[in-house]
Design a protein around this ligand. Structure first.
Ligand code: SIN
Length: 529
């Protein structure tokens, strides 16, 4: 049986950063559900947050990350990632990644919500993800085997509970098992579980469902970030209008031009995303449309070419104002990992949005996601490059992975899967921006009507590509709903109107405690709440 060193499932920034940094002599296979660049990373407009400005310091980036994350974050993760950010950006830039620069050749630094400094590095105006992906792809294209249009539907776990491989189904229906020393989930989040989303069509929670099915620890699934501004026409959303637009002066207004964020939060239009999204949502519920007024932004079309094209394609005159609504954007929770990417199952790793490192807490700070992908891809590559021989696999179970679990007594005729459109509608209505116990219990009951336990215990090999996606969506929706029922408070991306926490809309004055050594180098930072 041919075995690779590393099997990477997914192909976003975290996956390609890992692949790029793994030593050339290693045998690496990348499997992706669609084609290499058809994912969220490529769509990312915003940028990479890094404290590289003259007056900036990573302790400020650290504090902003905690503030946005409502202090639910793992502080070690926040410290390590924010500290590493300038180096990660400078490395990419030195390698030739095309970030935007000013006349003097310095990196241009943009502003986004909940940041206290200009620190967003961007490329191609609002095409940062695409620029980074092009750069990383050029480094890995000839280096490793890339298998496209293949969905992984099961992880192979041996008798010692070690992950040793994965089973994939290609678009033509053929099934293949892949074996490797290190199996890495880099499948992204689950934005497509919701009717309104900024996410690529491929982002359906597959990695989380796979890990859960295999018995890995999953955390913080209730924390879903809804981006405040997606282009909104005739009850449908059509793609992201970057927060950088508000960073450059865009303002959220009603039909009559009243600024809606005034008096809601001291940062106004640049308040943390959950606050802006919940505010817009309240207006939409009363059938009042909200717009992004961009009339004060000079050279809008040059600064935001992707958004200009999006508006023009949808016949929206951006020079006047852009109709917007919130939509699901990012999952803060996911497969629980340490800062190397190790999950609770030996041999199984998770990096990027599929993982929950604790960096984002209850709500992610803008432009911290490409950053996390770059950081975690790098950290895992170091671990893999340095790790010695792996334990021998137990191939008896590898060949018969279904031995792992008794196959449920399933009469296929009785089993049915929900339609994708129904999952998206019900999740939006019952487990979306504003949640109640009643709505969540209704959603849980509806999801459980599709025999989730049975899907978890079944060999899904005979399902079609599309049915496998529906199984992932069902399992991941259930994990979100169940976690949202259990958290009886409002915090960041989880808002319970039956448990409103006053502080969710309040500005908690922060107190940064810094200790510096005699050379004025920071040796410790803490944020008191
Ligand atoms: C945006 O451009 O508004 C999105 C960036 C991000 O999610 O960090």
């Amino acid at each position: 049986m041919k075995k690779a060193d590393v099997l990477i499932i997914g192909s976003g920034v975290a996956a390609l950063q890992l692949a790029k940094r793994i030593r050339d002599e290693k045998n690496v296979i990348i499997i992706t559900k669609s084609f290499l660049k058809n994912g969220n990373s490529n769509l990312a407009q915003g940028g990479v947050a890094a404290a590289i400005g003259k007056n900036d310091h990573f302790d400020s980036h650290y504090a902003d990350t905690l503030e946005a994350g409502r202090f639910h974050n793992d502080r070690t993760a926040v410290l390590k990632v924010t500290k590493a950010a300038p180096r990660l950006v400078n490395e990419l830039w030195a390698e030739g990644c095309r970030f935007d620069i000013d006349e003097e050749g310095r990196l241009l630094l943009g502003m986004e919500g909940a940041h206290s400094e200009h620190r967003i590095v961007h490329g191609g105006g609002d095409a940062t993800g695409q620029r980074i992906m092009e750069h990383l792809e050029s480094a890995v294209a000839d280096k490793f085997t890339i298998i496209e249009n293949t969905i992984v539907f099961d992880l192979i776990i041996d008798s010692r509970n070690r992950c040793i491989g994965a089973k994939g189904k290609s678009a033509d229906g053929s099934i293949k098992s892949f074996f490797a020393d290190h199996i890495v989930l880099a499948t992204g989040g689950c934005g497509q579980l919701y009717h309104h989303t900024s996410n690529a069509e491929t982002v359906t929670g597959d990695g989380i469902a796979l890990a859960y099915k295999a018995g890995a620890e999953i955390a913080d699934m209730e924390f879903i970030q809804f981006h405040p501004t997606l282009l909104y026409l005739n009850g449908k959303t059509h793609g992201l209008i970057s927060e950088a637009v508000r960073g450059d002066g865009g303002s959220l207004v009603t039909e009559d031009g009243i600024a809606i964020m005034e008096g809601v939060h001291p940062m106004g239009n640049l308040a943390p995303r959950h606050i802006v999204a919940q505010t817009i949502y309240d207006y939409l519920r009363e059938e009042k449309q909200i717009y992004l007024d961009v009339s004060t932004i000079e050279h809008f079309a040059e600064r935001f070419p992707t958004i200009t094209t999006l508006c023009e394609r949808n016949h929206v005159d951006w020079k006047k104002r852009i109709p917007v609504a919130p939509g699901s954007h990012f999952l803060m929770g996911g497969v629980k990992t340490d800062l190397i990417g190790r999950t609770s199952i030996k041999g199984l790793y998770a990096i990027g949005e599929v993982a929950c490192t604790g960096l984002h807490g209850a709500n992610r700070l803008a432009s911290n996601s490409l950053l996390e992908g770059l950081f975690m891809g790098g950290k895992l590559s170091e671990w893999i490059n340095e790790s010695g021989e792996q334990d021998e696999m137990d191939l008896r179970t590898a060949e018969f992975p279904e031995n792992r679990r008794p196959i449920g007594k399933v009469n296929n005729h009785d089993m049915r899967l929900p339609e994708i459109k129904d999952i998206k509608r019900t999740m939006m209505d019952n487990a979306g921006i504003v949640r109640t116990e009643e709505g969540l219990l209704k959603q849980k009951h509806w999801l459980e009507g599709f025999q989730i336990e049975e899907w978890l215990n079944m060999d899904l090999g005979h399902f079609t590509f599309e049915e496998l996606i529906r199984v992932s969506m069902l399992i991941t929706s259930w994990l979100i709903t169940d976690a949202a029922i259990k958290r009886t408070e409002s915090r960041g991306g989880h808002f319970r109107s039956d448990h409103p926490c006053e502080k969710n809309h309040d500005w908690i004055g922060r107190q940064i405690i810094q200790k510096r050594n005699e050379n004025n180098e920071q040796i410790e930072t803490a944020v008191a709440t």
